[in-house]
Design a protein around this ligand. Structure first.
Ligand SMILES: Cc1ncc(COP(=O)(O)O)c(C=O)c1O
Length: 393
């Protein structure tokens, strides 16, 4: 099911029953992008998402809590207030001189690669990337850029693969249209959250700088890579000209993104957001929520990653469940159930223990996120133990 059809399908369906009805690939696609649809009370641990996901009533309460601690300041058209505070924080964290709020990650990616490329039309991307597969061909249809996919089906391309692709296009053309930007997504959503090896990023960055090619990081989920491999946001950002980070994957906002870069590149953005219809009157709600969750995020995710190691070692001692790491993976793990009714297993975990996990027959992808910190490991292990017994077939 493609994204659009899937989203329409979600709208038309009863959302809360959907996860258990979707089989195989469709369920995997659903799980990879859609938030946990169960209420996330304070004790709820979810293995379905990349971060905390608030139901509307919780969202409102959370904003009230944030506002009570310190009154939220309004922005006007993305200027001032909570939005300015958020952008300032991201500029500090990435070490970039400028940053701007964007209504979506898609817009952040597209405007970044378009502005960085200038008159040059060719943009090299991972074949598996969101820019190539999930942005409606906007680079081609709106921005007059040509996306060139590299390393089909793989999480990342190596410097050698990139050089081959660049040389092939350079040498084969009589009328050259220019190489603009190289975009790298990290970690890679379509490849089970695998991260791009730092060594490869370093090599690619050094080569691009030598050649004068620009580099953009689609870091929608960059904090998840950081939690599992210990590389700082500043270090990642130092290899790129622009960096985009999502405000809703693990920062709890209802939507939005921040794009960081040098002053010249970012100075073009306000006008471009407007002419592409992305300027919103105020975005303080998203900004305040993201600011709140950004505080201490790196530490919480690191602790969640560490805690998951001990948890999965404990769970793997139980009969009927096996959890394995994905090579070069970040927060996504594979879980196999044997001799267990997956649906009943999930239901027992949710109803009795506030543990949300959309188990499927065969392999289920489970996600480590900061909700793991809400219950201690022994309690989660006991919950699994009981649910496995209840659902035994
Ligand atoms: C890797 C990646 N980049 C970009 C985006 C786009 O973000 P948005 O939904 O804010 O347009 C997504 C969203 O799923 C994503 O997973």
């Amino acid at each position: 099911m493609n994204d659009l059809k899937r989203r329409n399908f979600l709208k038309l369906s009863g959302l809360t029953v959907l996860p258990t009805l979707l089989p195989g690939i469709a369920a995997k696609a659903f799980a990879s992008e859609s938030p946990n649809l169960q209420p996330a009370a304070n004790e709820t641990v979810s293995f379905n998402d990349d971060g905390p996901f608030y139901q509307p009533a919780e969202y409102i309460n959370k904003l009230q809590e944030i506002n009570a601690a310190q009154p939220i300041k309004m922005d006007f058209y993305g200027g001032g207030g909570a939005v300015a505070q958020l952008c300032e924080q991201f500029a500090g964290l990435t070490g970039k001189p400028a940053s701007i709020y964007m209504p979506s990650g898609t817009m952040a990616n597209q405007l970044a690669i378009s502005v960085l490329s200038g008159e040059n039309t060719k943009i090299f991307v991972q074949e598996t990337s969101h820019i190539y597969r999930d942005e409606g061909d906007s680079a081609q249809s709106v921005f007059n850029k040509r996306l060139i996919p590299v390393a089909q089906g793989e999480a990342h391309f190596t410097l050698e693969q990139l050089q081959q692709a660049v040389n092939y296009h350079n040498q084969g053309e009589v009328f050259k249209s220019g190489i603009g930007t190289i975009a790298i997504e990290n970690p890679v959503r379509r490849c089970d959250g695998k991260f791009v090896p730092l060594e490869e990023i370093r090599k690619i960055s050094a080569w691009c700088r030598q050649k004068g090619y620009k580099l953009h990081l689609d870091g929608a989920r960059i904090f998840l890579a950081m939690a599992f491999n210990g590389v700082s946001l500043k270090e990642y950002s130092s290899y790129f000209d622009t960096v985009y980070i999502s405000l809703y994957k693990y920062l709890g906002a209802a939507g939005g993104a921040v794009l960081c870069g040098d002053k010249e590149t970012i100075s073009h953005m306000e006008h471009l957001i407007k002419i592409h219809g992305g300027t919103t009157f105020s975005s303080w709600g998203n900004a305040a929520m993201a600011l709140h969750n950004l505080n201490g995020l790196e530490d919480r995710l690191k602790r969640s990653a560490d805690k998951s190691k001990e948890l999965f070692a404990g769970l793997n001692k139980l009969p009927g469940v096996k959890i394995t790491a994905i090579p070069n993976g970040s927060n996504i793990f594979n879980m196999e159930l044997t001799g267990v009714d997956a649906r009943l297993f999930s239901k027992t975990l949710a109803d009795k223990y506030q543990v949300m996990l959309r188990a499927q027959k065969g392999t289920t992808q489970i996600r480590v996120n900061e909700t793991l910190l809400r219950q201690d490991n022994q309690r989660i292990i006991s919950a699994f133990d009981d649910a496995l017994k209840v659902a035994k077939v």
